[in-house]
Write a protein that binds this ligand. Sequence first.
Ligand SMILES: NC(=O)c1ccc[n+]([C@@H]2O[C@H](COP(=O)([O-])OP(=O)(O)OC[C@H]3O[C@@H](n4cnc5c(N)ncnc54)[C@H](OP(=O)(O)O)[C@@H]3O)[C@@H](O)[C@H]2O)c1
Length: 224
Amino acid sequence: MTDRLILTLAILGGTGNEGPGLAYRWAQAGYHVIIGSRSSEKAAGVAADLNARLERDFVDAMLNADAAKACDIAILTVPYAAQRATLEPLKDLLSGKLLVNVTVPLDTENVAGVRMPPAGSAAQEAQEILGDAVSVTAAFQAVSHIHLRQDGPIASDVLVCGDSDAAKEQTLQLVAAAGLTGWDAGPLQNSVVAEGLVAVLIGINKRYKIKSAGIRITGEQAPT
Ligand SMILES: NC(=O)c1ccc[n+]([C@@H]2O[C@H](COP(=O)([O-])OP(=O)(O)OC[C@H]3O[C@@H](n4cnc5c(N)ncnc54)[C@H](OP(=O)(O)O)[C@@H]3O)[C@@H](O)[C@H]2O)c1
């Protein structure tokens, strides 16, 4: 980690739906954001669009490996089927860093049914791939790109799971910077719940014709 004032965030697979939404909000909050991709041209196009909307050059574009090398914190936003192939070549480049995993292991044949991978969750599998030198957290799974790309508050909270308190604290700061309320939701093994919730929300969207349902933690603060 670093004590530089402006942190650099690399969004690996940042050219799809979720990546640019997160990039937009973090760049607005003052972070230096790199859009990572398998294609320099594709990344450059997304970064140019974001900078035009932001009216300042806070977003850069790189190949995933260069972005992983240049960043302080990496965020993974690829389809689950692409997670292993994306992360394996980046293991050494991410050593000593935090990877925030947004990837959801959806069952492509029934996206409203929970189906978790043998490791337990996508985030646990990412930790296995990257090894102990990388801190993995799981977050943002239930936040739709549709909300992220709009301005203003988002009516959905974020569960943050991870085995390192420091990594969870950094992730919670990113959640707040994106304009959301985050909750420390326990160890990385609990990401099975956060990731599984997405299938439940997709089913609710379909059943009740809701656009991008989210979650909210309720309750009253106990007096101290
Ligand atoms: N969309 C949402 O609202 C949302 C919300 C919460 C969580 N998520 C989760 O976040 C992740 C990303 O979602 P998304 O909708 O942004 O996905 P996406 O648009 O389908 O893909 C994101 C990027 O992943 C890279 N990618 C795609 N296939 C790949 C492959 N076979 N190998 C390597 N890279 C590949 C591509 O980047 P390049 O071609 O530039 O390399 C693509 O632009 C998913 O796991 C999803 O479940 C999505």
